[in-house]
Write a protein that binds this ligand. Structure first.
Ligand SMILES: [Zn+2]
Length: 457
């Protein structure tokens, strides 16, 4: 729901990009751009202004094309023009409606036509939609720029150290570096951060990670180094993996993306091991196959999903090694479906991999072997209720787990903040949901090209 407009917008953007194909523009020297600029005022607007003249004939049509640089698609706007030899125009892009996270680089162009049939295309020009409301400090290391405004140099040093350590670990694990830049905005309070998110964002959303734009937005209180050690490696893991996979047809199962991200956190989430042990005892482990594209909206189940995903990735690393992990990434990058990728690289099906991991869960950490979880993943966790061994207690919800507003809550877009030890990991759902929508949009984009949708006739 919250994302429907994005997919629709992408299609429009694609069409706009076709319409505005530079190949169609006839270049003329009679038109001159006197000035052209974009003035961002985060989080409300970006104002584009143009002043242009023509020596041959009246200027009578001006188009502005703009979009996030990384998206490779531009929206086209026909600006009202009072025909004349000189024009001065401005266009206010309402970024409360057309949201961009802080740090998004915007590309824009002008296409100017005069009455004599001359056309001038000016651009591309670029502007970074920075959040200028705070007095940011910044530090760049290895293609990542971190912005923060509280905590001084000491906290900045901790943040950049977290970036460095995460990138080193990810390089060793995945054999991949960030080829494209990433900007990380660290807000000191939740309120500050929420003021930078889309205005209709739900209260419980705790951040935004946009691997497609190279942007991470998070709230970490000054000098909360433990939180920095948890959030930054997690979100950078998503960014590195996304860049490594980048392929409109490719993608990873959600359990792989989130499992890798949670695994890379320098601070381990409290309670995850216990969640898995308890779920295994109560036959409530979620089949791996069911964690491929969405995590459950229920917060208890969502936490269990993260815990299982982390465990599965660590099982792959421990049992098969980093080389196989990298081979899986390569297979996903080649758009190999998950089950086929796992068969190719690990020599077994997803269900067998799941069963192999489940066997480990039933290893004796205590007695009561009759409480072990099922060895085969049921085909559908919703239609196949867990079968409890005789004498085992009935399933119960996880104690001390958070409650959260579930109304109107998109699945797998969960982030619980206050009072939840693992809140950083729950933000992950937001990442993947957003990425998924964008990947879907990209697939649509490519699909439209393939089937020949093109407004040029
Ligand atoms: Zn995540």
């Amino acid at each position: 729901m919250a994302h429907g407009w994005r997919a629709g917008t992408l299609i429009l953007l694609v069409l706009a990009a076709f319409v505005a194909s530079p190949a169609q523009a006839r270049q003329g020297t009679t038109i001159t751009v006197v000035s052209s600029e974009a003035s961002p005022t985060f989080p409300d607007q970006i104002t584009f202004t143009l002043s242009a003249t023509s020596s041959a004939a009246d200027i009578r049509q001006v188009q502005l094309l703009y979009g996030a640089t990384r998206n490779n698609a531009l929206t086209i706007v026909d600006l009202p023009v009072t025909a004349g030899p000189a024009v001065a125009l401005s266009y206010r892009l309402d970024t409360q409606v057309n949201y961009y996270p802080p740090g998004t680089e915007i590309t824009y162009r002008w296409v100017i036509h005069d009455a004599a049939g001359n056309t001038l295309e000016r651009g591309p020009q670029r502007v970074v939609y920075h959040d200028q409301r705070f007095n940011w400090s910044e530090w760049t290391t290895r293609n990542v720029t971190v912005y923060w405004y509280e905590g001084g140099n000491a906290f900045g040093g901790e943040l950049t150290a977290a970036v460095d350590q995460a990138l080193t670990k990810l390089q060793a694990e995945l054999g991949a570096e960030l080829a494209k830049p990433v900007r990380i905005y660290i807000y000191a309070t939740l309120d500050d951060m929420r003021s930078a998110l889309q205005s209709n964002s739900a209260e419980w959303i705790g951040g935004e990670d946009r691997p497609d734009l190279g942007i991470i937005v998070a709230a970490i209180a000054a000098n909360n180094n433990a939180e920095a050690q948890r959030i930054i490696p997690h979100e950078l893991s998503h960014q590195v993996l996304h860049q490594a996979i980048e392929n409109p047809y490719g993608g990873t199962p959600l359990w792989f993306d989130e499992g890798l991200a949670v695994h890379n956190q320098a601070g381990r989430d409290k309670g995850f091991d216990e969640l898995i042990t308890q779920a295994a005892q109560e036959n409530r482990l979620i089949p791996l196959d069911a964690l491929a594209s969405n995590f459950p909206a229920d917060p208890n189940q969502a936490r269990l999903s993260y815990a299982q995903s982390r465990d599965m990735v660590e099982h792959i690393i421990d049992t098969y090694g980093d080389a196989k992990l990298q081979a899986l990434v390569s297979a996903f990058a080649a758009a190999t479906p998950a089950d086929e990728a796992v068969r190719q690289v690990l020599g077994r099906s997803i269900d067998d991999l799941d069963a192999e991991w489940r066997k480990e869960q039933s290893k004796p950490s205590g007695p009561a072997p009759n409480l072990a979880g099922p060895q085969e993943a049921p085909a559908d966790r919703f239609s196949d209720p867990p079968v409890l061994p005789v004498g085992s207690p009935p399933p119960t919800s996880v104690p001390n787990s958070p409650s959260m507003p579930l109304d109107d809550q998109p699945p797998a877009f969960v982030r619980w903040l206050e009072g939840l030890p693992a809140w950083a990991t729950l933000s992950a759902a937001a990442v993947c949901c957003t990425s998924g929508v964008l990947i879907l949009g990209t697939v649509l984009l490519v699909g439209l090209r393939l089937i020949g949708v093109d407004k040029r006739v």
